[in-house]
Write a protein that binds this ligand. Sequence first.
Ligand SMILES: Nc1ncnc2c1ncn2[C@@H]1O[C@H](COP(=O)(O)OP(=O)(O)OP(=O)(O)O)[C@@H](O)[C@H]1O
Ligand SMILES: [Mg+2]
Length: 313
Amino acid sequence: MVLTNPRLPDNPIVYVNRAFQNLTGYTSDMALGRNCRFLQCDQTSEAKVADLRNAVAQGEEHSTVLLNARANGEQYLNALLIAPIHDDEGDLVYFVGLQSEVAQDHQAERLEQFETVMAEIQHRVKNHLSMILGLIRMKARRSDDPNEFKDLSRRVESLQLLYEEMSGATLERNDGKIKLGAYLGRVANAIAYLDSRPGVRMNIYVEPLMVDTETAVRIGLILSEVLTNAMQHAFREQKSGLVELRVSRTDNGGMRAIVSDDGVGIPEDVTWPNSESLGGRIVQGLCEGLQASLQVTRGAVGTIVMMDVPMAE
Ligand SMILES: Nc1ncnc2c1ncn2[C@@H]1O[C@H](COP(=O)(O)OP(=O)(O)OP(=O)(O)O)[C@@H](O)[C@H]1O
Ligand SMILES: [Mg+2]
């Protein structure tokens, strides 16, 4: 995932996540400040690049599949999706780019077929992305805050992972369902890394469960807020601790997720989730949409958050 700043000359990259560095072989130091075009190679389709450039100039979202090159020169096929991020006054402040490497197929005919399926997935991901960007819009304004990228990227990261999960499943099956357990495991891992603290461990136990992507993206976002809170707030005064995520299938076909930490506990005078902060508002809004119930308890130590999501079988 990358964020670029179209208000600066030549729309430079201002943030790249860890997966970008793994995929491209460029470290963030090498990528920051440059326009994304450095990922192109001689064989990259000029027509596709022109369409992309046009969308950026118009401030529009766009998706495509094109050839890129890693730092070591190796080429890879990139299913790229870009979307504008506006502040709450409607001004364009960033572009987010989600990339997903897809297996190369040298038969032109199969490639065309593949691109049609991919376009469908990208379309769905774009809808989810608009929903997420709508939720976080209010925060995009404080653009000189160095923590802003971190908050923003953390919230978009769950979607990047969903996108990878969906594109990975493309050729195997196309029923719009994804492996929820595996996906949530990846979300949790990404958070453990992004907000990592020495001495704080995260254990993840997930049961296999297939759900539609709409439900998955919402659950992923909620859990990403809850897990981030545990990492950021529970261990302020402690050097070590444990965060645990358990996802299981309930008897009636629904899902139960439990996040527990053994930290300081939510302050006595705070009822969470509440609408005072963005995190709380996101969780409240999404739970409502899922008809999920959320139970927040103070344990003997720390906090336990339990979420039940009913699902049609
Ligand atoms: N696991 C936890 N342990 C201790 N305190 C917590 C925990 N989860 C939430 N809190 C408390 O609840 C408050 C509200 O959390 P919330 O996620 O709504 O907002 P935030 O994390 O402060 O900001 P953001 O909008 O970036 O998420 C936190 O500031 C913190 O004091
Ligand atoms: Mg929070």
